[in-house]
Design a protein around this ligand. Structure first.
Ligand SMILES: [Zn+2]
Length: 209
């Protein structure tokens, strides 16, 4: 590993510990990546526990998702590649699995977005400077066929202007990204917080109906 790649791996290891501590990386769920200077991608390998990553659990893939170092990429590497291809400003992508997001997205069966409105933390998204707004997080159905998931997502993401750096796969998990790993981590925290709020409000509405 080059010194830069080692630095990136150590950063992903630290991020994994923090995300796991928040309960957003159960079992081997989730995956994290950083776009490197040469356009290749450093990404967590398939099947690793994100709270217990070691440098060996980080691999390099090409922009097309092909392994560059003989390790096995996760099937979801394709979605990271899609994000980097669509958003030239994406420097890091983080994918998390939380209870609130999973349950809320399943409760919204048939919907193609998760509406988030009136929350202060919406200001985490680019171009938003007030809570008095509504954001619609694209929501697509889960599948083990990742090219099919990517096909659902591509038109939803490319139709946005400006592009919202987050989407949700129903019953599965959140993808969010940013120019740096630090920015992406802030967005994970904000999005998971917002999904928890939305789910709690959904429950409250059900209880008071
Ligand atoms: Zn996943």
């Amino acid at each position: 590993m080059s010194p830069h790649a080692t630095q990136v791996a150590d950063m992903l290891i630290a991020i994994g510990r923090r995300i796991d501590a928040r309960g957003h990386a159960p079992a081997t769920g989730g995956n994290y990546s950083v776009r490197l200077d040469d356009g290749s991608i450093a990404i967590t390998i398939s099947g690793s526990h994100k709270g217990r990553l070691t440098r060996d659990d980080i691999m390099r893939v090409s922009a097309a998702g092909d392994a560059l170092d003989g390790k096995k990429p996760s099937a979801e590497t394709l979605l990271h590649c899609l994000i980097y291809a669509i958003d030239p400003g994406a420097g890091a992508v983080l994918h998390t699995h939380s209870i609130a997001g999973t349950v809320l997205s399943r409760a919204l069966a048939g919907q193609d977005h998760i509406g988030l409105e009136g929350y202060e933390l919406l200001k985490i998204f680019p171009g938003i400077d007030t809570h008095a707004t509504r954001v619609e997080l694209p929501l697509v159905d889960n599948s083990q066929d990742m090219p099919a998931v990517a096909d659902q997502l591509r038109p939803l993401l490319t139709a946005q202007s400006p592009l919202l750096p987050a989407f949700y796969i129903r019953g599965h998990g959140l993808y969010t990204w940013g120019p740096t790993a630090e920015a992406a981590e802030h967005r994970v925290e904000a999005c998971e917080f917002l999904l928890s709020c939305a789910w709690e409000e959904c429950k409250l509405a059900g209880a008071t109906r």
